[in-house]
Design a protein around this ligand. Structure first.
Ligand code: FAD
Ligand code: ZN
Length: 508
């Protein structure tokens, strides 16, 4: 059933949320990362014919790919912000092949860059110089699926959405969902500790990943592929690889617990007068909806203007300063709907919300979700956009957007914010006419210091990658950074695994 409450408004037709992979920009010319960011190449060997011969003998010519045009999609990110100059992409199919590759690279002092679906937003997946790209593209087998325990074991290159489709046949679902699900790989998700739209309900990957198989820099295979929910036998090594962005090891297999797929879903799209009312609505939603609350997203009016301008997507409920997308999912339609209706009635009566629509049919749910999920598509139509993924205490969630609006003045086209309110995770965007390193330097490190002052984190879910690595010292104390460096040396003494990422590559 699809119904509106209070005001009768008709939902406009939007593109339905469906399986799609991330499309790349074609119109922007990107300079090489090493030039734009003035990076010093570390002392690795350059690729020579004898190395190529080894890789081609191991994998064959079609899985040791060379040639500038073949490599374009592995050297550039989807948003065309960064560009590496790798001369070879390796596509192993098995853990053993990854092990041979890494052991050879380690012996020959060749730097590598692990790559999954190449949807990362901080450049961790791209070579900065000529690092050898090791893609998980062909490591895409589901190894086992136990529908009693809900545990799936698969290779690292399985696309998130493909795993979800297979789980759906067994009444299960992956415990994470993100806009890039049609392209990103589970190995990439684990390596970035991806958050996404349902973290509020299912928690993060540190909780949902039961085990990992990882290949170390020297080629040694580390079997931590437990499928048990409880396993307190010594140090929990898997956690070191979750979120380490390919700098400590190459993830080859993942064991993950998967919850039952909800039988009934409702989505409400609500308009509110100010951010104070957004917070009141969120608090009430937690109290009233309890266990069926599965997502709480917020969008500000500038973001809505942005997607109207770029994608011709309009708010289905008219214009408001803030919009909330609230999803419930559970097993009992009438119980869930009744709970949601009671919550909405109270929120309206207390004037927390001014208007809204509710959908419970899949096509209409998708239509509402696509308002939120299509926002990044608009980035492709900007001259350039600087994206900041940050955590903030809820009381300061939008303070940063207001501050940056003032700070940028006429330097930017637009500053706007949206995000996973339920997790205190804001996505702040600064739209530019064109990329300008000078303007970027004006923004950073100012913005990171401001986030720190507000009690937040400079990376909520995308990681540090290449772009944020120089600012790690703003986020973490020196003692923590030293321990990270010690761990890196222990796991990867020659530093061949994803250099220039996570740990600061520039000393200020
Ligand atoms: P890649 O981009 O290929 O790699 C990411 C990092 O992981 C790199 O450092 C890479 O070296 C490393 N890596 C990849 N595979 C391996 C491996 N097998 N072993 C070791 N290291 C590896 N992120 C969120 O958290 N939440 C969101 O809601 C979200 N929404 C997004 C929406 C859009 C439209 C887009 C484009 C991106 C979004 N992202 C989001 C960012 C991105 O999708 C995630 O970071 C995702 O987890 C990356 O997966 P990937 O397979 O593309 O990894
Ligand atoms: Zn996000």
């Amino acid at each position: 059933m699809f119904f509106n409450f209070r005001k009768c408004v008709n939902i406009i037709t939007l593109t339905v949320r469906k399986s799609h992979s991330i499309k790349r920009f074609t119109h922007r010319k990107t300079d090489l990362t090493k030039v734009t960011y003035n990076v010093q190449r570390q002392n690795f060997n350059e690729l020579q014919q004898k190395h190529i011969d080894f890789f081609r003998k191991l994998l064959g010519e079609h899985r040791a790919v060379m040639g500038v045009s073949n490599l374009e999609k592995y050297n550039e990110d989807w948003i065309n912000n960064l560009k590496g100059s790798s001369a070879i992409v390796l596509k192993p199919k098995s853990t053993e092949e990854v092990s041979h590759i890494l052991s050879f690279c380690n012996d020959n002092n060749l730097a590598v860059c692990p790559q999954g679906g190449n949807t990362g937003l901080v450049g961790g997946q791209l070579p900065v110089f000529d690092e050898i790209v090791i893609s998980t593209e062909l490591m895409n087998e589901i190894i086992s699926l136990d529908d009693n325990s809900g545990v799936v074991v698969c290779q690292a290159g399985c696309v998130l959405e493909s795993i979800d489709n297979i789980l759906a046949e067994k009444g299960l679902m992956v415990p994470l969902d993100l806009g890039a699900k049609g392209s990103c790989h589970i190995g990439g998700n684990v390596s970035t500790n991806a958050g996404g739209l349902r973290l509020l309900r299912y928690g993060n990957l540190h909780g949902n990943v039961l085990g990992l198989e990882v290949v170390k820099a020297n080629g040694e295979i580390l079997d931590c592929l437990s499928t048990l929910k409880k396993d307190n036998t010594g140090y929990h090594l898997k956690h070191l690889f979750i979120g380490s962005e390919g700098t400590l090891g190459f993830v080859t297999k993942v064991a993950m617990q998967c919850p039952p797929r909800s039988k009934h879903t409702n989505v409400a799209f609500l308009g509110t007068q100010n951010f104070g009312k957004v917070l009141k609505t969120f608090k009430k939603a937690k109290q009233d909806l309890g266990e069926i609350l599965s997502a709480v997203e917020v969008i500000d009016s500038s973001t809505m203007e942005f997607i109207d301008e770029k994608l011709n997507i309009k708010s289905p409920i008219g214009e408001y300063p803030f919009y909330l997308l609230i999803e419930t999912s559970g097993s009992n339609e009438s119980h869930d709907t009744e709970k949601l209706n009671t919550f909405l009635e109270t929120a309206l009566n207390k004037h927390f919300i001014l208007n809204g629509i509710v959908a419970s049919e899949p096509a209409k749910i998708n239509t509402i979700w696509s308002i939120r999920e299509k926002i990044p598509e608009g980035f492709k139509l900007c001259g350039a956009v600087f994206c900041y993924d940050v955590s903030l205490p809820l009381e300061h969630y939008f303070t940063l957007v207001d501050d940056m609006n003032i700070y940028m003045g006429n330097l930017s086209e637009k500053v706007f914010g949206f995000g996973h309110l339920g997790d205190g995770n804001l996505h702040l965007q600064i739209e530019m006419k064109e990329f300008s390193k000078e303007v970027k330097d004006h923004i950073e490190p100012y913005i990171f210091k401001r986030i720190k002052d507000l009690g937040g984190s400079i990376s909520a879910e995308h990681g540090m990658g290449f772009l944020k690595a120089p600012y790690l010292d703003i986020a973490r104390p020196q003692s923590a950074i030293k321990l990270m460096r010690d761990l890196k040396i222990l796991f990867d003494p020659k530093g061949i695994l994803n250099p220039y990422k996570v740990l600061p590559w520039r000393i200020f």
